[in-house]
Design a protein around this ligand. Structure first.
Ligand code: NAI
Length: 455
């Protein structure tokens, strides 16, 4: 059989593309070598949220006194937490399998290797002895953790002293001392969990701030919150070696060491483009990632790519949209991918939600902008629920056109609120139009309304 579409990789980009394509009537096969749901569902977004939710409940029991609630003998059973996380993953993975089946997509478990184009111009993919032939292919093989050539890291990974996002989620105990290399999203979310459940956590970050491209003031508030909770941050510190029991870093030309029972390596991810036969098609790549245009096309006819493999945004929700754009273009419906209104969230407590330009990126692009910066204390709901909370919300507008170009917030529910800001940016809403929107009261989301009315 010749499929209309072969999807290589069953993560967020791959499974969603297969579902959409099959729904639209394309004969579709999706090939996955590990587990449907990919990194996001099996060893990333979802399992980490399950752990963080347990930690949040535990934190509430420990610090309920300021809300008039006291609990005694609070305990966290890490084994039970991990078991519940596994149950959540299992449920959702079977949900994806069910959805693929319901839509009529063929789901194949096995390692797919592209073998090239045949005489008819169709793309061929081998899975063991089986060969699949398709008119189009969507490359969606995702990403894997960057493993730097730092002495001791490779051996540490082999011995289980150094962990990546995959292994740390299944740790069978709570380490006394956890050192996190890299203060980005994975590092911070895992630092948050292990801090809540009792580890002494140290985050070693090469840059002078945590949370990567997040607004600088918000990064600093987040760091202060976690310093109060006992996490130690070493900023401007480059890890130079790792050996059983210690992590050594360099700061201002001097070497210092921190004790570690386990190390989390979270210094970024890189696209998976090796060993899948992409080169047999002649697909153009840049810095290890597949180059895609705004239709998610590569340089080779009928070859599309979506998700982390193009190294553009490396977020599951970006992957979903890229997958839809690819499928729509395969179907002949013109659709374009835009990256200016992609929200990002750090699921710490408090959460960070961001979308669009920050003051730093807007200034770097020479945009003439205005910013409203308000304390979360203008939200009644926030004050009612956050004793001593120090969150803020920032809204940026482009002064020339009056449209909203960025929203950044650090507060509870930020993850659930930020999509509204993405909508405003995506739809190029002006400040005046946004002022006409009625927000439910009392909600933390009202802070956006408060912010725009200061402008
Ligand atoms: P990241 O790129 O977010 O952060 C890596 C950090 O490591 C950077 O701050 C960098 O300066 C630092 N670093 C690099 N080399 C270092 C060294 N030798 N010593 C000390 N620090 C060093 O990468 P992360 O956290 O591994 O996440 C990977 C990907 O997963 C990201 O692209 C992210 O978008 C995605 N992700 C998203 C989540 C979310 O949306 N909530 C959650 C988890 C992951």
């Amino acid at each position: 059989m010749i499929y209309d579409l072969i999807v290589l990789g069953g993560g967020p980009a791959g499974y969603l593309a297969a579902e959409r394509a099959a729904h639209e009537g394309l004969s579709t096969v999706v090939i996955e070598k590990r587990s449907f749901g990919g990194c996001c569902l099996n060893e990333g977004c979802i399992p980490s949220k399950a752990l963080l939710y347990s930690a949040k409940i535990y934190d509430y029991t420990k610090h309920g006194d300021k809300y008039g609630v006291t609990a005694e003998n609070q305990k966290i059973d890490h084994t039970k937490v991990v078991a519940r996380k596994n149950k959540v993953v299992k449920t959702l993975v079977s949900g994806i399998r069910g959805a693929l089946k319901a839509k009529g997509a063929v789901a194949v478990e096995g390692e797919g290797v592209i073998t090239g184009k045949n005489a008819a111009g169709n793309i061929t993919v081998a899975v063991g002895n089986d060969v699949y032939e398709g008119k189009h292919i969507l490359l969606a093989t995702g990403s894997m953790p960057v493993v730097p050539p730092i002495p001791g890291v490779k051996d540490g990974l082999a011995s289980g002293f150094v962990l990546t996002n995959r292994e740390i989620l299944d740790l069978d105990h709570i380490p006394e001392n956890l050192t996190v290399i890299g203060g980005g999203v994975i590092g911070l979310e895992m630092a948050s969990y292990f801090n809540s459940v009792g580890s002494k956590v140290t985050v070693v970050e090469m840059m002078d701030k945590i949370a990567g491209p997040t607004d600088r003031e918000i990064s600093e508030i987040l760091m202060k919150n976690y310093e109060k909770k006992g996490i130690e941050f070493c900023l401007g510190c480059k890890v130079v070696s790792v050996e059983n029991g210690t992590v050594t870093y360099e700061k201002d030309g001097k070497q210092e060491s921190v004790k570690a029972d386990k190390v989390l390596l979270s210094i970024g991810r890189r696209a998976v483009t090796q060993g899948v036969g992409i080169e047999t098609l002649g697909v153009a790549m840049e810095r290890g990632a597949v180059i895609t245009d705004r239709y998610m096309k590569t340089n080779v006819a009928n070859v599309y790519a979506a998700g982390d493999i193009n190294g553009k945004s490396m977020l599951a929700h970006t992957a979903y949209r890229e997958a839809e754009v690819a499928v729509n273009n395969i179907l002949g419906k013109k659709d374009t991918m835009r990256y200016n209104a992609i929200p990002s969230v750090i699921y710490t407590n408090p959460e960070v939600g961001s979308v669009g330009e920050t003051e730093q990126t807007a200034a770097a692009k020479g945009i003439d902008f205005a910013v409203a910066n308000v304390s979360m204390r203008y939200s009644g709901r926030y004050v009612a629920e956050n004793e001593g909370g120090d969150g803020i919300c920032k809204v940026l507008i482009n002064k020339k056109y009056g449209n909203v170009i960025g929203v950044h917030m650090i507060c509870n529910y930020a993850s659930e609120i930020i999509w509204g800001a993405a909508l405003a940016i995506e739809q190029e809403m002006t400040l005046e139009k946004m002022k006409e929107v009625v927000f439910p009261h009392p909600t933390v989301s009202e802070i956006i309304r408060e912010a725009i009315f200061t402008m």
